[in-house]
Write a protein that binds this ligand. Structure first.
Ligand code: PLP
Length: 396
């Protein structure tokens, strides 16, 4: 199978399904799941991922209204929640597409209510509560509870849900998590005292799900990185929920040559050969999201063996040492992320050696990298981000 000649990301949708099942099995039966598909499904492609996880979720979370609209345009009908702030210039679209905003200020809720009333509809909203992230949300105090009561009286909105987000659920020490969760449940009680009930309460992220935290007992959890088969950190347990990475990054050797002692490789000549070596060129670089900070440190897999990066990663190419892989040939498959035979290069490994963050690596796989979707080892779909049209610059 060679769907592209330069580089591609293979997305294993069977792994996505297996990850959803594994999480489902670790949740109380009455707890629903929301699939977080922001940043285009953490770089995997929001639409194919949403389609794949649809049987397991009650809804989806995205970062912006535009991400939500893309899902709607591809036939996703379930609940969609925007996790960030939505500008009032987009309120009509929120109502039109029935996409839920996260809200926490009275005025924005009032304006949305007016918009919905004018359109003859009701807008569903989820309240964002700030229990410690200091990102967005209302403070969980009596004043906010009074405000929520007033929101609940507005004719054009329905408070469908309320959530908070944990800053440290992925850490070994759960003290901060516990304090945040307590602040949230106390706030739920303050609202109950005002006869405001919240149908969908949700707090847990992937860390909460794999760590079997108490907040999994609310109405819903928000699964993010775990859908894609990565654990949120190396401090979370890996026994309760077995995850399988869904993305592999594959390329091909474009050129092989022999260099002599004293020869330098790539910009700056940071690698100098001390013996005769066989060097392979890979047509991938930081322009594809393959980190330059892997220069001289990372490795790739060729014929099931590790080949280390020589010198700097360039924008579109880099070189590896194949001296000890004598069979290596031009056009051979190269694995930058994923498995080849017994060997495996994980996103976590790349994060570790580059000094980066695993979430950032998958989100940063570039638009020059086509995504290829696999089920039962067969290609069932593709997405080529690069084959795109500019507006305003004419056409041929
Ligand atoms: C991104 C995000 C999530 C998912 O986080 P993961 O660590 O990927 O599970 C959940 N909730 C909110 C509010 C988020 O911003």
């Amino acid at each position: 199978m060679k769907p592209y000649s330069r580089v591609y990301a293979a997305i294993n949708l069977d792994a996505v399904t297996a990850n959803m099942k594994a999480m489902r099995d670790n949740l109380p039966p009455s707890t629903a799941m929301m699939g977080v598909v922001k940043t285009d499904g953490y770089g995997h492609g929001a639409v194919p991922v949403a389609r794949t996880i649809d049987p397991y979720v009650e809804g989806y979370a995205v970062a912006s209204i535009d991400e939500g609209i893309i899902l709607r345009r591809h036939g996703i009908r379930k609940m969609i929640l925007i996790l960030g702030v939505t500008h009032e210039s987009r309120f009509e679209e929120l109502v039109h597409y029935d996409i839920r905003p996260a809200m926490f200020r009275y005025e924005e809720v009032r304006k949305l209510s007016d918009t919905a009333v004018k359109m003859g509809k009701k807008a569903n909203i989820h309240l964002a509560v700030d229990t410690g992230m200091n990102r967005i949300g209302m403070k969980p105090d009596e004043r906010s509870a009074d405000m929520v009561y007033r929101m609940s009286r507005l004719g054009g909105v329905c408070i469908e849900g309320m959530f908070t987000h944990f800053a440290k659920a992925d850490e070994l020490d759960k003290t901060a998590y516990t304090a945040q969760y307590r602040a949230y449940t106390d706030f739920v009680d303050m609202l109950s005292a005002r006869d405001v009930t919240i149908p969908i309460r949700h707090c847990s992220n992937s860390a909460g799900i794999v760590e079997s935290l108490e907040s999994n007992g609310l109405d819903m959890v928000r699964a993010g990185i775990s859908i894609y088969g990565l654990y949120p950190s190396d401090e979370v347990g890996r026994d309760a929920v077995k995850l399988m990475p869904a993305m592999e990054l594959k390329s091909f050797i474009t050129y092989i040559k022999t260099i002599e002692p004293g020869d330098q490789v790539s910009y700056g000549g940071t690698f100098v050969a001390d013996r005769t070596m066989r060097v392979a060129t890979i047509p991938v670089g930081y322009g594809d999201g393959y980190l330059r900070s892997l220069s001289g440190k990372g490795s790739v897999l060729v014929r099931g063996q590790r080949a280390r990066i020589l010198g700097r990663v360039c924008m579109d190419q880099f070189m590896v040492d194949v001296t000890d892989i004598p069979d290596a040939s031009e056009d051979d498959k190269v694995t930058l992320i994923g498995r080849d035979g017994e060997e495996c290069i994980s996103v976590e490994e790349l994060a570790e050696i580059s000094g980066g963050f695993h979430y950032e690596i998958i989100c940063g796989i570039g638009k020059r990298v086509p995504r290829v979707y696999l089920r039962d080892n067969r290609i069932i779909g593709k997405k080529d981000y690069f084959n795109d049209i500019y507006e305003g610059f004419g056409y041929m």
